[in-house]
Design a protein. Structure first.
Length: 155
């Protein structure tokens, strides 16, 4: 059932992009539908098109970092973070970008800190489930980096 909703959303946003090719929001939401379906490269292209049309589109800027991170392209995600934030970009967007990039670069303790700051800055942005998943993943990775797992023999 879930896949059918993503497919329907993707069709609707593709039609919207065709009818309104200069609408950054249409490209962004098409990217979201593609991302939900697992088509991260296509989603990345849609997010970048949204930014080409509207360089100050904060959600699309964050989505680019997220897609690059999920594609395993941490260096590109970090480079995207180093771009000068657009005027008026909320602090939570910058913090979320830094959290994703830190996690992708293996700096998990730093990622935990940035996710916590992101949630403090704008608690309404993330659903509880998303926030818990992001913090959990970063926390587990940070702990694993501090204490390598060793084989334990049981008698």
């Amino acid at each position: 059932m879930k896949m059918k909703r993503h497919d329907a959303a993707e069709r609707e946003f593709r039609q919207l992009v065709i009818s309104r090719p200069q609408d950054a929001g249409a490209h962004y939401y098409l990217g979201c539908a593609l991302y939900a379906r697992g088509a991260h490269e296509e989603a990345l292209a849609s997010y970048r098109e949204a930014l080409r049309i509207q360089p100050g589109h904060a959600e699309a800027r964050l989505a680019v970092v997220m897609a690059l991170t999920d594609l395993g392209r941490g260096a590109e995600a970090i480079a995207a973070l180093s771009e000068t934030p657009r005027a008026g970009e909320p602090a939570w967007i910058t913090l979320a970008k830094r959290a994703r990039a830190a996690h992708a670069a293996g700096r998990h303790a730093e990622a935990v800190l940035f996710w916590s700051q992101t949630l403090d800055s704008y608690p309404g942005y993330f659903t509880t489930r998303e926030a818990e998943r992001m913090l959990w993943n970063a926390s587990v990775a940070a702990l694993a980096a501090q204490r390598p797992v060793t084989a334990v023999r049981t008698p």
